[in-house]
Design a binder for this molecule. Structure first.
Ligand code: PEP
Ligand code: MG
Length: 538
């Protein structure tokens, strides 16, 4: 029995087999191999395996995101059928007597480089496809299929670290718990774990070489404790905890349909934060009064290229239709810092949290922004949509956003495409936005306070940095002061103000937040009913 303590991300107990995620190295290591036939056979096997995976992914994408989503994987499959691509690899192995890995990596690099130098935007975009597909072949050559693609049974996922993209690719039903050696409880991967209600622990000081896929583990998300090869007593104790947790969830179900109202009659709207269509079910099951934050960037993660307008439209429309009369707040693309993919081609920055991210990317790349706005305005016809703009720091940014929205409206009218202008809200997640909240309140329909970033920028603490955790305090007086100011200024102009950062789920603060006048709390789906219970006790 080996026991480790890390940092708690999301509570709950899990017990089951381990699946160790090993990532391929990005470095190309030269290795000779005399037996070229054996190396070619290895490539053939890995290519075959990758094609199978792509077929499965394409099938899943068709369900989740429609035909456009599936087309991306079909395009990847075509690369694996491409004679030139395969012959270049085989030729190199034969001629230069090199290992399969080296030939695949060099071919990918050269081919992607050639595509990148082309004039045509579409051909340039193929470079990312080639890299992605070759990465998949390399993973299979190393005997480590892509995350979540080939999990035969539900497992405790153990990794050095996981990006939000990798987490998004996993099948929720197959994940018992997430355990990472690195990471911070405030990162987006951790936020995703909470949104998906997966017990999770980060900063677990385990050496991955000593962990094998298939060995048993028990995870206590609340106590941030992970035990590999547990003895029978611990295993049975974990089973009892899981049964208790199931009972507790059943008990909470009695609050479905009840009002979120204090004993003195103060009402608050409790909504759910989601990352994609798959989470809408959880929001409904937990009786959320709406979607308070749909992190639309999740749609852009875990894939090789931008989601086209039609695919986005279908996703937004389906979310709106599923929620019926209830509101859905979709935040526009908030990419950058820890949330990114190769195809965005973001340069490495010294201070990514203070860098090229969020609305800044959308304002500098109106092509990307307009595609999303078109999809949103079109989907707005199908339900109660609001859009939310992230990372705002100035009035000028809002003016520019409204200009772009106007251009999109004109384009859609000209093309005679039906649309409706949704309500438009501003995320208050920088101290600058709070200080000018009296002006922003006159420009927006509502505020949504993002306490995760507000804490980061107010306290000057990088939320990604696990070492600074003791300094990252969303309950800090300064953060609470800023929330109070933003709410007061919203109310001065007759606008509503909610909180969608993780602080909204802090049950010890619920009473203070209500006392400040907060109108809405948006939390991970699994927290909706516990929060309702807390409100009803106040
Ligand atoms: C926030 O910053 O509080 C927020 C809700 O946005 P994200 O966590 O996605 O940055
Ligand atoms: Mg934020």
């Amino acid at each position: 029995m080996r026991r480790y303590f890390g940092r708690a991300v999301h509570g709950g107990t899990a017990a089951g087999p381990v699946f160790v995620v090993k990532k391929e190295s990005r470095e190309i290591v030269y290795a000779r191999a005399e037996d070229f036939q054996a190396q070619i056979a290895r490539v053939q096997r890995a290519v075959g395996q990758s094609r199978e995976e792509l077929k499965a992914l394409s099938h899943r994408a068709l369900h989740r995101a429609g035909e456009d989503g599936a087309a991306i994987f079909a395009a990847h499959e075509m690369i694996l059928e491409d004679e030139e691509y395969l012959e270049t690899i085989y030729g190199m192995i034969r001629r230069e007597k090199v290992a399969a890995e080296y030939a695949v990596a060099v071919t990918a690099q050269e081919l992607a480089g050639r595509f990148e130098r082309m004039e045509d935007e579409c051909i340039r975009a193929r470079a990312a496809d080639v890299r992605d597909v070759s990465g998949q072949v390399l993973r299979n050559l190393a005997g480590n299929p892509g995350c979540g693609l080939r999990l035969a049974e539900p497992a405790v996922i153990v990794a050095q670290d996981l990006t939000p993209g990798e987490t998004m690719q996993m099948e929720r039903e197959k994940i018992l718990a997430l355990v990472t050696v690195q990471g911070s409880p405030n990162s987006h991967t951790s936020i995703l774990a909470r949104m998906m209600d997966i017990p999770a622990v980060v900063g677990v000081p385990v050496e991955l070489e000593h962990i094998r896929s298939g060995m048993r583990a028990v995870v206590d998300g609340t106590g941030a404790e992970v035990t590999f090869e547990p003895d029978e007593d611990l295993w049975e104790a974990a089973e009892r905890s899981m049964a208790r947790e199931r009972d507790e969830k059943r008990l909470l179900q009695s609050l479905r349909g009840e009002e979120s109202v204090t004993r003195s009659g103060r009402k608050v709207q409790i909504c759910a934060n989601i990352g994609g269509l798959a989470d809408v079910k959880g929001a409904l099951e937990n009786d959320a009064e709406g979607i308070g934050l749909f992190r639309s960037e999740c749609l852009y993660l875990g894939r090789a290229g931008f989601p086209p307008e039609e695919e986005q439209f279908q996703v937004y429309r389906q979310a709106l239709e599923a929620m019926g009369e209830k509101k859905v707040v979709i935040r526009t693309l908030d990419i950058g810092a820890d949330k990114t993919e190769d195809y965005f081609r973001l340069e490495t920055e010294a201070n990514p949290a203070l860098g090229y991210r969020g609305i800044r990317i959308c304002l500098k790349r109106p092509d990307i922004f307009k595609t999303q706005l078109r999809a949103l305005l079109r989907a707005s016809v199908y339900g109660k949509l609001s859009v939310l703009y992230p990372m705002i720091t100035s009035v000028k940014e809002m003016e520019r956003i409204y200009e772009i929205v106007d251009e999109v409206k004109k384009e859609l009218s000209k093309e005679r495409i039906p649309f409706r202008l949704p309500r438009q809200g501003i995320m208050i997640e920088t101290p600058a936005a709070v200080m000018i909240s009296h002006r922003l309140a006159q420009m927006a329909d509502f505020f949504s306070i993002g306490t995760n970033d507000l804490t980061q920028y107010t306290l000057a603490v990088d939320r990604q940095n696990g070492q600074l955790e003791e300094f990252y305090d969303p309950r800090h007086e300064a953060v609470l002061c800023l929330i109070r100011i933003a709410v007061e200024n919203a109310h001065k102009y007759g606008k509503r103000a909610g909180i969608c950062g993780e602080l909204a789920a802090d049950l010890e603060l619920t009473e203070s937040l209500l006392e400040m006048g907060v109108d809405e709390l948006s939390v991970p789906p699994a927290m909706v009913l516990p929060l309702r219970r807390r409100v009803r006790e106040i």
